[in-house]
Write a protein that binds this ligand. Structure first.
Ligand code: COA
Length: 253
């Protein structure tokens, strides 16, 4: 049995978000290298500058600064403030949330980066989690090298998920792995514990090529997966059963 994959469908380009109303779920994709010439030094906090300075390669530093800078830029649009004034704190598991004056608006958000791509999710009220994985489709193209031995990692999934990988071709195993992986990670980032929670504790049920459900103890999460760029898979998760229709854009300068 193969796991259905979302078809590649680019998201429309936009510069500024529309208002985030109750019940809305906004997703933004960014090609981080588009902002490669921006320093973000006047936008990021001292902590963000210090943390992103630790990268060995400047390309990784610039991408991670752009990710944080764009997160602040989008939050500032939603909040009606400036990117530098957005107050962000992280909890004990590292999940970021609005703080101080910024937390008066009940906006929940999450972000994920993979190579040159980042995805940002925003909701009002409900907790949200996102994950993106971007792989080079051909030698020399943008993205990480595809994972080599997905079956070894899939052995840490729930037993019936790991069993799905028996008999799959390498290409089908990789595609199935990425869909399950991004769903698990999005759910665990929505939950807030991230990969501190063992991967076999959150089995995923696929409803169709884009929709799924994750269950963790007594909690349930709804997932929606996308392929906004060839070689990428992105999944958003929100708590509970059912999800508003996400509005999706590609952020441009
Ligand atoms: C959260 C986690 C799954 C991220 O995995 P990843 O694939 O490396 O990274 P992604 O690009 O998908 O996501 C990174 C973003 O997730 C967010 N994040 C971090 N921890 C998070 C958590 N527990 N829940 C939700 N989101 C989290 C951050 O905003 C981070 O972006 P930033 O580094 O620019 O701040 C992973 O770091 C994890 O499981 N951590 C476990 C919690 C933990 O041990 N925390 C220790 C630090 S306090």
């Amino acid at each position: 049995m193969t796991i259905p994959e979302p078809v590649v469908r680019p998201w429309p380009e936009a510069v500024v978000p529309p208002p985030l109303l109750a019940g809305h779920l906004h997703l933004w994709l960014a090609h981080l290298d588009t902002w490669g010439d921006v320093s973000w030094e006047n936008v990021l906090s001292a902590t963000e500058i210090a943390r992103t300075s630790r990268y060995r390669f400047s390309v990784d530093r610039d991408r991670s600064r752009a990710g944080r800078g764009l997160l602040r830029t989008l939050l500032a649009e939603y909040l009606g403030t400036t990117p530098a004034e957005v107050a962000i704190e992280t909890d004990r598991f590292g999940k970021p949330h609005l703080a101080g004056a910024s937390s008066a608006a009940p906006i929940a958000f999450n972000l994920s980066g993979s190579a040159h791509l980042a995805i940002f999710a925003f909701t009002k009220g409900a907790a949200v989690g996102v994950d993106i994985e971007a792989f080079a489709m051909a030698p020399g193209s943008a993205g990480k090298p595809p994972p080599r031995d997905v079956r070894a990692i899939a052995a840490r999934f729930a037993a019936d998920e790991a069993a799905l990988f028996q008999g799959l071709s390498a290409a089908d195993a990789t595609a199935a792995f990425l869909r399950i992986w991004t769903c698990k990670e999005a759910c665990l980032k929505c939950h807030g514990t991230g990969l501190q929670t063992p991967l076999d504790e959150i089995p995923i049920t696929f409803l169709d090529d884009t929709r799924g459900l994750g269950r963790l103890a007594g909690d349930c999460f709804t997932t929606r997966s996308y392929a906004p760029v060839a070689g990428s898979i992105a999944t958003v998760a929100i708590a509970g059963q059912g999800m508003p229709e996400p509005q999706c854009w590609t952020l441009v300068r």
